[in-house]
Design a protein around this ligand. Structure first.
Ligand code: GLY
Length: 280
């Protein structure tokens, strides 16, 4: 099975050997196949975990799930993220504990030992395979669109969290979150992620919007000219819904999507699909 140009997901050792032989002989991809990288195939789901650190202490935020592929059902090219939700029910207390003990603590202790205690937001990209966490990547920043859904869930003022992190005082903070869910649906410009798009005026159905509770828009690829808002490219804006359940947050986010118009807009219609079966 091919999963992108030049990538073969082999279902058996024999299939893998055959694929490598075809590549190295030039049969599959000509000269481009003469260099081969073999990696373990991870069959699971991805999670984004954010840890606010002050060099010694840390606070783990509720795990989020991003949707990197452009289209519904996780097909199409990778993007910066077409939507996210949190907290995800795909991780339970036992899994949080595993991630904390096997990843968060060793990472932070390792950095202390290297004389570079980590202060800031540690973004751990995880793949969960058979209930075991595997680290895909670390970033030292928030994620987008993950940040936009974590902030509405934060009951503790963000200023207090970040100030205490910046002044090595996280041990004196009890971090609190609302017992709610947040979902962000990204609206992208016409040619995203392939290329630039012509600026397009954004029209929002104000009257309806005023009646929507627990929703807001977070803007990214926009500009304001003569009092008019334009989509200028990339991931233009996020429609965010907050609710008591994933379903409620999702309905609110998608209701908002229906009120936002610009030429060429496109978005995924299945954000949080993996979580719905766990919903309360
Ligand atoms: N949403 C993924 C990232 O910010 O890298």
């Amino acid at each position: 099975m091919c999963a992108g140009k030049g990538v073969i997901i082999a279902q058996s050792k024999e299939e893998a050997k055959e694929a490598v032989a075809d590549m190295l002989s030039g049969k599959s991809f000509g000269d481009a196949g003469l260099g081969v990288v073999v990696e373990e195939f991870l069959d699971g789901y991805e999670l984004s975990l954010f840890v606010v650190c002050d060099g010694i202490d840390y606070k783990i935020l509720p795990a989020a799930q991003d949707h990197k592929r452009l289209k519904d059902n996780d097909i199409g090219p990778n993007t910066g993220g077409m939507g996210a939700y949190a907290p995800t029910p795909l991780i339970d207390d036992e899994l949080y504990k595993k991630v904390e003990e096997r990843v968060v603590k060793p990472t932070l202790i390792g950095m202390q030992k290297e004389g570079a205690p980590f202060e800031g937001v540690l973004f751990i990209g995880l793949m969960i395979v058979k209930n075991e966490p595997i680290v895909l990547e670390y970033n030292v920043r928030f994620g987008d669109p993950e940040c936009e859904i974590l902030m509405p869930l934060l009951k503790t003022p963000a200023s207090e969290l970040f100030y205490k992190a910046a002044t090595q005082n996280l041990k004196n903070l009890t971090i609190e979150f609302y017992d709610k869910y947040a979902i962000a649906v990204v609206m992208a410009s016409e040619n995203y992620p392939y290329g630039n798009s012509k600026p397009a005026e954004i029209i929002i159905d104000k009257n309806v919007l005023d009646g929507l509770e627990n929703t807001h828009i977070s803007y990214a690829g926009v500009s304001l000219e003569d009092g008019k808002l334009y989509a200028t490219g990339g991931r233009v804006l996020l429609c965010i819904g907050v609710g008591e359940s994933i379903q409620e947050a999702r309905e609110r986010a998608y209701l908002l999507c229906g009120q936002v118009h610009f030429a060429g807009k496109h978005f995924r219609s299945d954000i949080a699909y993996q979580a719905l079966k766990y919903d309360k």
